[in-house]
Every structure is written in structure tokens, then in C-alpha cells.
Design a protein around this ligand. Sequence first.
Ligand code: ZN
Length: 181
Amino acid sequence: MVEIIQSENPVLRIVSKEVPVTDITKPKIKSIIRDMILALDSQSDGVAIAAPQIGVSLRIFVVSGRIFDEDFIREKSSIEGDLYKKARQSDIVFINPILKKMSKDRKLLSEGCLSVRPLYGKVRRATRATVEAYDEDGKKFTKSASGLLAHIFQHETDHLDGILFIDKAKDIHESLDELLN
Ligand code: ZN
């Protein structure tokens, strides 16, 4: 089992490199993605993970299908937003993600991080965001989101640039029962 790197580790501060598109379907990248999904699934409160959080400086993040589960979200947080009335969906892999569009409308939301346990804080982020990325088959796709998922896009993209939410957060406090990215 791969370990989730904690905030004192300098690997979290490195700007990650793009994955060469022709490498996306190669076993090495597939195995990194598998490790990320396993690490994320091992954390009952995790909603997303970026490759540097397992010690890999590549531009990849994974969003757990859990975030589309209303019951999970309601139980784990008080975040309100346009969460989707759908059963557990599969995890979504974003390779070489680029934030294409962000709304001017911004909102403070409570945020935590699998690599910065047990701290939480409020971060002001765009309420709507669009990401362009490659999927695990090397196909380019675009995904727009609002609410929690839009915040996750921005939190994870920050990870790929060596930025942690505590660099931006207000009201940093300890907690054990909130969502983690
Ligand atoms: Zn994080």
C-alpha cells in the first residue's frame, strides 16, 4: 500500500511535470493511477488525490466517485451545492489538467487535505470551473463543475503546482470530521 505523503515532505512543494501524452496508456502511468485510487479509497473521508500526495511529481489527479453520492456528502459535511442525485459513480482521472475557465463569483468553503491532517480552513475559490485534461485512455475531455467539485478542481491543480490549501486558508483549525482532498 502506498503511503499518503504529509505536508512536511518537500515533494509536495515541487511543480509537477506533464505526462507525455504517448505515455498515458503505458504500464508505468497505469500503475501510478491504480496506486492513487487505492490510496484515496483507503481514506474514508477522502474525495480527491493528486499524484504528489503519493510522492509522484506528475500532473495527475483523481476525483472519487463518492462526491456524487449525496448521502456520503450529507453525512460527511455541511457543504451545500449542486451535488448530484446519482449513485456511486466511478472515479474520474485527470491527466495534465488545465483550468480553462473560472467564474468571477467566488465563495469561501471549508477545505481539508489528506496531506495536511488534521487541519482545516476556509479557502475562497471560484464557484464554477472548467478543466481540460486527458483521461486514462489518452483522450482529451472537458469537464465543467460548480460547488464542491469546482473547489476540488482548484485544490488539486494547486497540488500540481506545489501549493497547499494552508498557503491560502483562513480560520485554520483542527477537525476530524470533514472532507479531505
Ligand atoms: Zn490536498
